[in-house]
Design a protein around this ligand. Structure first.
Ligand SMILES: *Cc1c(COP(=O)(O)O)cnc(C)c1O
Length: 372
């Protein structure tokens, strides 16, 4: 087994720094060892800083980003609950599916792929469905590269006594995200996108309104593994009150600790500014090559461009991988064959990578910035 060193510029995973890989190789502790519990407590505190929240119930769910999505859904929704879900790409579609599996009556708020929702559209959805108890929305729709503004959505949800649930898998650590200031009630993310850690954990945070909703449940959470009422006894047990639920992924916790330390050493503001600057540099370069962005409000962390007329989608991606060791993403769903997705996430969002992918893509397309 000799995996190659790729330049990971797809929709995730992103490149993992050596420091994080070394952390993975540290000695495995027991999951109830006081040393390990101290490391886990620190991870939860580092996550609070990165999420910009004081929510006590902030921890890494065992599993990838989808586990965080399921965790939020199974705990916040009971059969028969009405919910409004923003559907404008793969991940909104999945959130709708997950909610339906929880027995929710889902009112899909739809927008064309690549578009985002305005506050007025969200308000209209609540006007049409005033009994909705939750609004679920994707901050960074990785399938389309669209950047959903979140400011103002909490006020609309609160006016209807509904919770605001946010998918921040591709924004945490790369885009501005303020859980407390934006009054987000529940949020989940993933480790392998802008945190530049391998996949395997899903940071989540639940605020007081979400906890009250869980405490008022009439039915048991149907997932044993993801039941927060049990998980919280382990993650926020403290003072010897820890209760075994499942064995935490010990070495992944070390990796996340190191990845979060790197994020905070750089500083959240500086990191977000770096993602913005690298996105602007990539955008200028792509446009000079004659390539256009699909979403009107583009993410900095995921750049979704239209495949030019006559270009061989799979052939170009294959050459990037084989000849340059660069991974970029294909289009998903209705964008299959029509879009390429270039991720600039975390450790991958560097000037070297931007200029490398521009040069490589230009060569594969037989175009140069000067000639177009
Ligand atoms: C990647 C991603 C997920 C799913 O995460 P996995 O780690 O693949 O389970 C969910 N939502 C969004 C927006 C994502 O980009």
């Amino acid at each position: 087994m000799h995996p190659a060193e790729r330049v990971l510029l797809g929709p995730g995973p992103s490149p993992v720094p050596q420091r994080v890989l070394r952390a993975l190789a540290a000695p495995t502790l027991g999951h109830l060892d006081p040393q390990y519990l101290a490391i886990m407590d620190e991870v939860c505190e580092l996550l609070r800083q990165v999420f910009r929240t004081r929510n006590a119930l902030t921890f890494p769910v065992s599993g990838t980003g989808m586990a965080g999505m399921e965790c939020a859904a199974v705990n916040l929704v009971e059969p028969g609950d009405e919910v409004i879900i923003g559907v404008n790409g793969v991940f909104g579609t999945r959130m709708k599916d997950v909610m339906e599996r929880c027995g929710a009556v889902v009112h899909a708020l739809e927008a064309p792929w690549g578009e985002t929702f305005s506050a007025a559209q969200v308000a209209a959805a609540f006007a049409a469905h005033p009994r909705a108890r939750l609004l679920g929305i994707v901050h960074a729709e990785t399938s389309t590269g669209a950047h959903q503004p979140l400011e103002g959505l909490a006020a609309i949800a609160r006016a209807h006594d509904a919770l605001l649930l946010v998918d921040a898998v591709t924004s945490l650590g790369g885009h501005e995200l303020r859980v407390d200031d934006w009054e987000i009630d529940a949020i989940y993310s993933g480790t392998q996108k802008c945190l530049s850690c391998p996949p395997g954990l899903s940071p989540v945070s639940f605020g007081p309104r979400a906890l009250a909703r869980m405490d008022a449940r009439k039915t048991k959470v149907q997932s044993w593994y993801l039941d927060v009422s049990m998980l919280r006894k382990y993650y926020s047990g403290g003072g010897g009150g820890r209760v075994y639920h499942h064995t935490a992924p010990i070495n992944m916790t070390y990796a996340l600790h190191e990845a979060l330390a790197i994020v905070l050493e750089e500083g959240l503001e500086a990191r977000i500014a770096r993602h913005a600057a690298m996105h602007q540099r990539l955008r200028r370069g792509l446009e000079a090559l004659g390539l256009n962005y699909i979403p009107s409000r583009s993410l900095h962390t995921l750049n979704c461009i239209r495949i030019p007329e006559g270009a061989d989608d799979a052939g170009v991606r294959r050459r990037l991988l084989d000849e340059y060791g660069i991974e970029i993403g294909a289009g998903l769903g209705p964008m299959a064959g029509k879009a390429w997705r270039i991720g600039l996430m975390g450790h991958g969002a560097t000037l070297r990578n931007v200029d490398l992918v521009l040069a490589a893509l230009g060569n594969c397309l037989g175009r140069s910035a000067a000639s177009t």
